[in-house]
Design a protein around this ligand. Structure first.
Ligand SMILES: C[S@@+](CC[C@H](N)C(=O)[O-])C[C@H]1O[C@@H](n2cnc3c(N)ncnc32)[C@H](O)[C@@H]1O
Length: 404
């Protein structure tokens, strides 16, 4: 029965206390333990690739063990975060980060509460922060901006700022995706800005402490679309460890949107929608309306059972059937381009979840197996890693294969 438990040590929750891994959460991040177990089983690969790297878990686990690893993600903020998490820092850079944090808090404390503050153009920002917290964050942000300090020191303070911004927000992460708590009335309204500033300094110290650990392996992080890997990568890989987006309509942009607006990676809702459309599995904003008229062309995905599954969804919703169809076409395009960057015999591992729409279960693991075998990967297998939530059919799988 152990396969059927939810095993939180195999999710991002395990990472929150693991030094740099806990710097900033992303719900779909996978556990350090999954990557560690795979690497221990394999011995030391020469060079690992994660083409859907998210917060950089694969890269950081590899590099901490001295294994070189390349990462690709489509989201520029996650690319930045993975770089910051896998960088090495000199004592001088850590000292500069500390100084910048202290000067920023001093400036924030002195700044008049309402004057000339920049507030990020995040839609419905009041759902994220009530006005008092938002003003405190904006004062802190301004304090950071007025310093001319750049580079690695600034990067570390930006991570601490993001941590504080999310911890003082109304976002709740009890679900597979994110929701909002109703705003809490503070018992200490006068002093809340002080709590926020102090919390920032505490988090800065935690970040600096983890940043002191030297990272032995080389990590390169590329922004790009894993459907076209040969345009991005020039190396060949003997190992791939990755978790592609799940076919569950979850937006990877949604949860990281506040960081992206504060740090200037996004300027408008339209940009967020465009990024979601580029992402495999994106369905939000502009992506939703485009799916209504999307045409699959003539690439074949699976066999009759795939078509039957699509028909089951189509009976309830045409755009949703298009969404599922497009997801697997994109995954197939990605896998074909992945083959081009692999060494013969390379070991590949995918962590994927299945999904259910209406009454139709999408057997994601079996569809991956069929696609992989149809394009001549060998030794294709899967095992159940854990149960995903209370629905009894929803699981996370580890799929493995070897390159020909
Ligand atoms: C399941 S998450 C991976 C999380 C990662 N394992 C971690 O521990 O943080 C999937 C990632 O794929 C990225 N992604 C989705 N579609 C993409 C695409 N078309 N190209 C590149 N990255 C994409 C998302 O930005 C997201 O970071």
């Amino acid at each position: 029965m152990s396969n059927l438990s939810q095993k939180s040590e195999l999710t991002f929750k395990h990472n929150l206390k693991q030094g740099r891994h806990g710097w900033l959460r992303l719900t779909p991040a996978y556990s350090v333990k999954i990557v560690t177990d795979i690497l221990e089983r394999l011995g030391e690969p020469q060079r690992v690739l994660d083409p859907f790297s998210g917060t950089g878990t694969t890269g950081l686990v590899c590099a901490e063990r001295g294994v070189n690893c390349d990462l690709v993600d489509i989201n520029p903020f996650l690319v930045w975060l993975a770089k910051v998490k896998t960088d090495n820092y000199t004592l001088g850079e850590l000292d500069a980060a500390n100084q910048l944090a202290e000067t920023a808090v001093k400036a924030a404390r002195q700044h008049p509460v309402t004057e000339n503050l920049w507030i990020p153009p995040l839609h419905n920002i009041e759902r994220w922060w009530d006005s008092e917290r938002l003003i405190a964050l904006a004062r802190l942000f301004r304090g950071l901006q007025i310093s001319e300090c750049t580079g690695k020191a600034r990067n570390l303070t930006s991570v601490a700022f993001c941590r504080v911004a999310i911890d003082w927000s109304n976002a709740a992460f009890n679900h597979q995706s994110m929701s909002f708590k109703s705003p809490q009335l503070s018992l200490f309204s006068q002093k809340e800005s002080d709590f926020i500033f102090n919390d920032f300094l505490v988090k800065m110290q935690q970040i600096i402490s983890a940043a002191k650990n030297n990272i032995r392996g080389q990590v390169q992080v590329y922004e790009g679309n894993p459907r076209y890997l040969t345009q991005i990568l020039s190396e060949k890989y003997d190992c791939v460890i990755t978790s592609p987006p799940y076919v569950n309509r979850m937006s990877y942009i949604r949860e990281v949107r506040p960081y992206m607006y504060w740090l200037g990676f996004l300027q408008s809702a339209r940009e967020a929608g465009e990024l979601d459309w580029q992402a495999i599995g994106g369905t939000w904003g502009i992506a939703t309306s485009r799916l209504n008229t999307w045409n699959p062309g003539d690439t074949v995905i699976g066999d009759d059972s795939f078509d039957d599954m699509l028909q089951g969804i189509r009976n309830c919703s045409e755009p949703l059937a298009n969404y599922v169809h497009k997801y697997f076409l994109d995954i197939k395009t990605h896998l074909l381009s992945l083959q081009e960057v692999l060494l013969p015999g390379a070991n590949l591992f995918w962590i994927v979840g299945n999904s259910k729409f209406y009454d139709t279960l999408i057997p994601v693991e079996q569809i991956y197996v069929k696609i992989l075998e149809s394009i001549e990967f060998r030794d294709v297998n899967y095992t159940i890693l854990r149960k995903r939530n209370s629905k009894k059919e929803l699981h996370e799988f580890l799929i493995s294969a070897r390159a020909s």
